[in-house]
Ligand binder design. Structure first.
Ligand code: MN
Length: 238
């Protein structure tokens, strides 16, 4: 048996105050526990550099973080409510294009689902409380490994196939969300107030994204572990 484990390129988090890259251990540990080796990528933006980096990675994890720049979906930012990191956006858009082109397994989490949707032609709610107010609590507080709202898992989707559950509880820590879904994506889970919480791209080895945070919940939540495992399995199959 091939002892080689797949390598997952993980998008770095950005601390604006400290002007530094950082990482939450759950992203790395969740991936490692699922059987792959995570590596934190730099903010490289040169096309050739990125292609070389992408060629070292069997899959990519798009992590949470700053708001996706509204310029990616042709809108002006709502003043005071949107906080972006341009160098993350630039690098992630380029990395996503290369990875989609090469059909590498991709998992998006929180900002990741938003970045993927915007990059593929969809749009976002820039701020849920002001643009889509509801009784659903999308902005949970500590501890982040506990569910704060439920989502309906849609039948005939790969997420339903994986979990065999019509409803699951999820954690939630976001003030933005998908508004118009990119035409190449399909919805896999929706919250009770109609927010799209999980998507996939049909016809791909694995392009999934979730609005919740399996990196916070994988230790206590089986669906979170199954999502990481499913992502890693897609890389093992190549
Ligand atoms: Mn939510």
């Amino acid at each position: 048996m091939d002892p080689r484990k797949p390598i997952v390129g993980v998008m770095p988090l950005w601390d604006e105050e400290k002007d530094s890259l950082w990482m939450l251990p759950g992203y790395l540990d969740g991936i490692a526990e699922a059987g792959a080796i995570p590596i934190i990528l730099p903010f490289a933006t040169g096309e050739a550099e990125l292609k070389q980096l992408m060629s070292m990675c069997d899959g990519l994890l798009f992590t949470g973080g700053q708001d996706v720049s509204p310029s990616l979906y042709r809108e002006e930012p709502l003043s005071g409510l949107v906080h972006c990191c341009n160098k993350r956006d630039t690098m992630e858009v380029a990395a996503l294009r290369i990875a989609v082109e090469a059909d590498k397994p991709i998992l998006g989490i929180c900002r990741g689902i938003q970045l993927i949707n915007a990059c593929l032609g969809g749009t976002l709610y820039q701020d849920i409380p002001s643009q889509h107010p509801s009784d659903t609590n999308h902005h949970g507080t500590m501890p982040y490994d506990r569910p704060v709202h439920e989502v309906a898992v849609l039948p005939n989707t790969p997420l339903y196939e994986l979990l065999q559950k019509k409803r699951i509880g999820v954690n939630s820590y976001h003030h933005q969300a998908i508004k118009d879904l990119a035409t190449s994506l399909r919805t896999m889970a929706v919250s009770d107030d109609g927010i799209i919480e999980a998507v996939y791209m049909p016809g791909r080895r694995f392009l999934w994204a979730v609005q919740w945070h399996p990196e916070f919940s994988y230790k206590v939540d089986e669906p979170s572990r199954k999502i990481f495992r499913s992502f890693v399995e897609a890389m093992e199959e190549q």
